[in-house]
Design a protein around this ligand. Structure first.
Ligand code: BG6
Length: 296
């Protein structure tokens, strides 16, 4: 169902029969809320988020396309996250998510203005779906519709902001021993140690060639997020910590304690599409109670 959200922006509410729900703004094709069947919010959304174009919504799941971060000539994280998307009633069939009844299909195509800053014609189809168990599933399909025969290349991320009870109680499993580029050290390449990641200062790393499954364990909440991804080899881990938090106008000074971004991404090797070709990248998130013995 379509309704008006903050500042009159259009949003869609998805509700699954057992009670889980998600909210998607047409502004950015942006998931701003994902709740389990106890109505507990699982995504972080900043109380200072501006909800006004052209500033992207701070929190939820911004879509970074066609450029991750400032790794190219475009604005940070590209422009998909601050354009108004449209609902697509009858998209070409999606191969996945057939079991879900709670879903919405959105599409973004470049405007004349967009073509001036990135001269490529594309169709970006996004399906947001809730699985029967309340899993949140995002499928992106990006097609090159250039008529001039030109290929294009892009980088991409699902910039997922997870809600956590206390960042100092969080552990991430699945990225240990991997190589990463450290955004805080000129994107130099390092290798992660053998232990699960924990957090005690600013972190901004691009892990390379990561497994399809990453677990984010919130000890205090006794909750584990399981992130599964397909077509997205890299994973960004970001927490601004106190100093950077203070420098961001749309982020509360203390909010870094209650969030962690773990972003399924394709950054190191840009994706190149020839005209007519389509790329697909999928993110699946589930939130499960942590079992007492997990990882002990
Ligand atoms: C992360 C980047 O993905 O996004 C960080 O790795 C960046 O470097 C962060 O600071 C937030 O970006 P933005 O443009 O939403 O403020």
């Amino acid at each position: 169902t379509l309704s008006k959200g903050i500042n009159g922006l259009d949003k869609i509410l998805l509700r699954e029969s057992r009670g889980s729900s998600a909210e998607v703004y047409l502004y950015g094709g942006h998931v701003t809320s994902w709740k389990n069947d106890h109505a507990e919010e699982l995504l972080f959304l900043s109380s200072k988020s501006i909800f006004k174009p052209p500033k992207a919504i701070r929190g939820g799941i911004p879509l970074c396309f066609p450029q991750f971060s400032n790794l190219g000539p475009l604005e940070s994280h590209g422009f998909a996250r601050n354009r108004i998307w449209t609902i697509e009633d009858d998209p070409p069939p999606f191969p996945t998510n057939n079991l879900s009844k709670a879903f919405v299909d959105l599409i973004l195509k470049p405007s004349e203005e967009d073509l001036k800053i990135w001269n490529h014609s594309f169709e970006y189809r996004l399906r947001v779906a809730l699985g029967p168990g309340g899993d949140l599933m995002l499928t992106s399909r990006i097609r090159n519709t250039n008529s001039d025969g030109k290929p294009f290349s892009f980088t991409f991320a699902y910039h997922t902001y997870l809600s956590v009870s206390d960042i100092s109680e969080v552990r991430v499993e699945g990225l240990e021993t991997l190589d990463y580029l450290d955004n805080l050290q000129n994107r130099e390449r390092f290798t992660e140690q053998g232990d699960a990641l924990t957090f005690e200062s600013e972190v901004d790393k691009i892990y390379l060639s990561t497994p399809t499954k990453i677990a984010i364990i919130d000890h205090e909440k006794k909750r584990t997020f399981v992130l599964r991804k397909d077509g997205l080899p890299d994973a960004v881990v970001w927490n601004p910590w106190d100093k950077k938090a203070k420098s961001m106008a749309d982020f509360g000074d203390d909010e870094y304690k209650y969030m962690l971004c773990v972003e399924a991404a394709n950054i190191e090797k840009a994706i190149t599409l020839k005209p007519g070709e389509e790329w697909k990248g999928r993110l699946e998130l589930s939130a499960v109670p942590s079992s007492y013995c997990s990882g002990q």
